[in-house]
Design a binder for this molecule. Structure first.
Ligand code: K7E
Ligand code: CUA
Length: 764
């Protein structure tokens, strides 16, 4: 903070907020006025100063939050809590064209279950790829609880690239969790069911119903999960729950909670006590420990059984090979979270007021000594709870999940029933602080808090209910993410953020500097396969090709026209549109929407997307760009004409409403020459500065150069027509030349502003 020597006349409050510098007495009293008018306290101002991000400012952390029933992922920044994007994953989403272009339809189609299209997902736990136990920002995984599936999102363009369907589960929850080097992504069953796709009566629950943990092999080079190298470990029909991978000393092991180890099957219709009573009889359930590295070796050695074409390591084998163990855990647990150093894992039992800290070294010693307390009905060895524990701490009523701080031994636990976060020391077993949240916290999330090096500073409380926190919007309320400052000894609540999109179960945060998203695609790119599109088209090479009864339109999009501008086909034709956005400028996305045919595309710079449909009804269908991309965006339009069968295409000349003379031509030329003067002065300003030191400006200059080349070719056409005294066409092309000039000027001025704002220097 720069206070200098004129600090004495600053108010103390303004100084505390870092408002020092050029504050005047007048603006300080204005601040007081605002506080009074809005009923704000000093504490509110402090919270505001910690979250407020001035225009142009960036966030330190980026959050990927599950979008719950929306089947999407929400991206926002911390500390500003500004929402940046919704990522379409399991659900069609028109803004991104997801589920509307052929390429993304193919991704969604990977998520079909036994041939059936599923149009939603219940996303729960996102996970970012890790290198040596720390998030690296390359890929994001998210699971679908309702229809056991896993999706891969590439963080280079924030697009969903792959969906895989779990071959044996009918329900899941304990995913996604990644191993410390992202070799595997874990997914654990929730509600047990038979692996086979067949009817089995509940009377055979104990024998035929099963849980499992699936280890999806991740091929980092391809950026895809590899089902052929993935496998599962069969588990008893306990309702497996959240999971985590070991790290450091516990690397090679994974941990999975469970509830309803009573194996209760409900049946209130028949007079039996309901599920919730039957599933909470015992005081303890089981954490499942699996040596996944050894399991992978056993599968590679051919010890797995193929079920539904997928390798499953059966329980008998897992027990015999000594890779599967159970430890009791109190009672109806939810989260299991391995500490950053990998020495402990913490389990919170929803129906217990304690959090239990398990000591991996003790557990390993018990296993090595074959010191077991018993076996479960399937013969899995059970370890003694007391002998496995480091400590148990009373944290509150209904503890759920745990997240770690950058400070040693500090953990935060969400307390559902008490609506609190408890901060405690798991090494010493001591509660340090509690803060109230609103209301009924589920997960909580600290910055990179589930990695080997948590970053501390902030915590987000992901609450289940918002109730009265926001302006009412009807019976369905938004969700509430609350930002908490954890940098000091006492937690401080900073901000409430409503999220109007599904229940955000879990979220992960990453330092923004680790993300390196691209600005544009290579020209003609299929973003879903990450390969050159076979339909890529360069400007000037647009064409229509009829092949195998399909009319393929190879088109381009650029400010401000769609090529082709007219498409005419006969009724009943299958049309396949392929558009390449040939822009290189940042943020120059074009959309493409066409009346009646349910075609809606988002074409980012460089991308090629396709839309295939049957032109099944004769008529006239306007199409247009849906992104306001330039001053002449509304003119970025065209017509699909569908002729009735047997009717010939009209060859009549088009009659324009406007007739141009030489005077019109001369007037337009005058305007163009003047505009060129403006462009020249902007160009002069830019090239006189060290613009090459600014990558965004270099891109803008390239773009402007493109526009000026287009202008030159329109100018040439205009002059050719003028040479033949065809004033009609000469004037129209002169107008087109002017359009390109306007675009070049627009881009040039953007570059000039950028240089001004970023302190560019004059060069000789
Ligand atoms: Cu809502 Cu992790 Cu699915 Cu807990 S989960 S609260
Ligand atoms: Cu392109 Cu509007």
């Amino acid at each position: 903070m720069k206070t200098k020597s004129f600090a004495p006349w600053l108010t103390a409050g303004a100084m505390a907020l870092g408002l020092a510098g050029f504050t005047t007495a007048a603006s300080a009293s204005a601040l007081d006025d605002v506080m009074k008018a809005r009923g704000l306290t000093q504490k509110d101002l402090l919270a505001a100063a910690k979250t407020y991000t001035p225009t142009g400012g960036r966030d330190e952390f980026i959050v990927f939050s599950s979008g719950g029933q929306s089947g999407q992922v929400i991206v926002y920044g911390i500390p500003s809590m500004r929402i940046l994007k919704y990522l379409a994953v399991f659900t069609p989403e028109p803004w991104q064209g997801y589920g509307f272009d052929d390429e993304s339809k193919a991704v969604l189609a990977q998520g079909k279950i036994r041939g059936k299209t599923i149009n939603y997902g219940d996303t729960h736990h996102p996970a970012i790829t890790e290198t040596n136990g720390d998030t690296d920002g390359e890929y994001l995984f998210i699971n679908d609880k309702a229809n056991p599936r896993m999706a891969v999102i590439d963080l280079k363009d924030f697009e969903t690239k792959q969906i895989v369907v779990n071959p044996i589960m009918k329900s899941e929850h304990g995913g996604s969790f990644v191993s410390p080097n992202s070799e595997y992504v874990m997914e654990a069953t929730q509600y047990p069911a038979p692996f086979a796709n067949e009817y089995v009566p509940l009377s055979q629950f104990n024998e035929k119903f099963r849980g499992a943990v699936t280890y999806w092999k991740f091929n980092r080079k391809e950026g895809r999960l590899d089902p052929s190298k993935s496998f599962s470990v069969e588990l008893p029909p306990y309702s497996q729950d959240l999971s985590d991978f070991g790290k450091g000393p516990s690397d090679g092991w994974s941990f999975t909670n469970s509830f309803c180890t009573e194996r209760y099957v409900g049946g209130i219709e028949k007079g039996r006590p309901p599920f919730e009573a039957g599933c909470s009889q015992k005081d303890t359930d089981f954490v499942h420990m699996i040596n996944w590295k050894k399991a992978a070796e056993l599968v590679a050695a051919g010890k797995a059984k193929k079920i539904n074409g997928h390798d499953v390591l059966m329980m008998d084998t897992a027990i015999k090979e000594g890779i599967l163990f159970l430890i009791p855990e109190p009672k109806s647990p939810h989260g299991v979270d391995v500490t950053p150093d990998g020495k402990y894992f913490i389990v919170a039992g929803k129906l217990d007021t304690h959090a239990s800290v398990y000591d991996f070294a003790k557990i390993k010693a018990l296993i090595d000594a074959k010191d077991f307390a018993g076996k479960d009905p399937y013969g899995i060895p059970i370890l003694d709870l007391k002998k496995s524990l480091h400590t148990q701490v009373q944290v509150g009523l209904g503890p759920l999940h745990n997240q770690y701080d950058s400070k040693e031994c500090i953990v935060y636990t969400s307390i559902y029933v008490d609506s609190q976060v408890t901060k405690w020391n798991y090494c010493e077993g001591k509660v340090l602080d509690k803060i109230n949240i609103h209301y009924n916290i589920g997960h909580l999330m600290s910055m990179e808090g589930d990695t080997m090096h948590p970053k501390g500073h902030y915590l987000v409380s992901l609450n289940k209910l918002a109730i009265d926190r926001f302006n009412p919007v009807g019976p369905l309320h938004p969700q509430n993410h609350q930002l908490i400052d954890i940098s000091g000894d006492k937690m401080q609540l900073l901000y409430d953020m409503p999220i109007p999109l599904g229940e955000p179960h879990y979220a992960v945060a990453i330092q923004a500097s680790k993300l390196k998203p691209k600005v544009r695609y290579k020209l003609g790119w299929d973003s879903r396969t990450d390969k050159k599109s076979p339909y890529r088209t360069r400007p000037g090479r647009e064409k229509v090709v009829v092949k195998d009864g399909v009319t393929h339109v190879y088109g381009t999009l650029i400010r401000s026209h769609i090529t082709p501008e007219i498409i005419e086909v006969e009724e009943g034709t299958t049309v396949s549109l392929h558009f390449t956005n040939v822009e290189r400028a940042e943020d120059e996305t074009h959309g493409f929407a066409i009346n009646y045919h349910d075609v809606n595309l988002s074409v980012e710079p460089g991308k090629t997307v396709s839309a295939t449909f049957v032109a099944d009804k004769a008529g006239v269908y306007p199409y247009y760009c849906t992104e306001f991309c330039s001053a002449l965006h509304l003119e970025m339009q065209g017509y699909l004409l569908v002729r009735p069968k047997g009717v010939k295409a009209s060859t009549d000349a088009v009659s324009e409403g406007q007739k141009y003379t030489k005077a019109d031509y001369d007037k337009q030329i005058g305007t163009n020459v003047a505009t060129q003067g403006v462009i020249d002065s902007v160009v002069g300003y830019i090239v006189a500065r060290n613009y090459k030191d600014f990558a965004p400006v270099v891109a803008l200059v390239e773009d402007a150069t493109d526009q000026l080349n287009f202008a030159a070719s329109a100018k040439k056409k205009s002059e050719d027509f003028a040479g033949k005294s065809d004033w009609q066409n000469a004037t129209l092309w002169a107008q087109q030349w002017f359009q390109y000039q306007v675009k070049a000027a627009d881009i040039g001025l953007r570059a000039k502003t950028y240089l001004d704002e970023h302190g560019a220097k004059v060069v000789k």
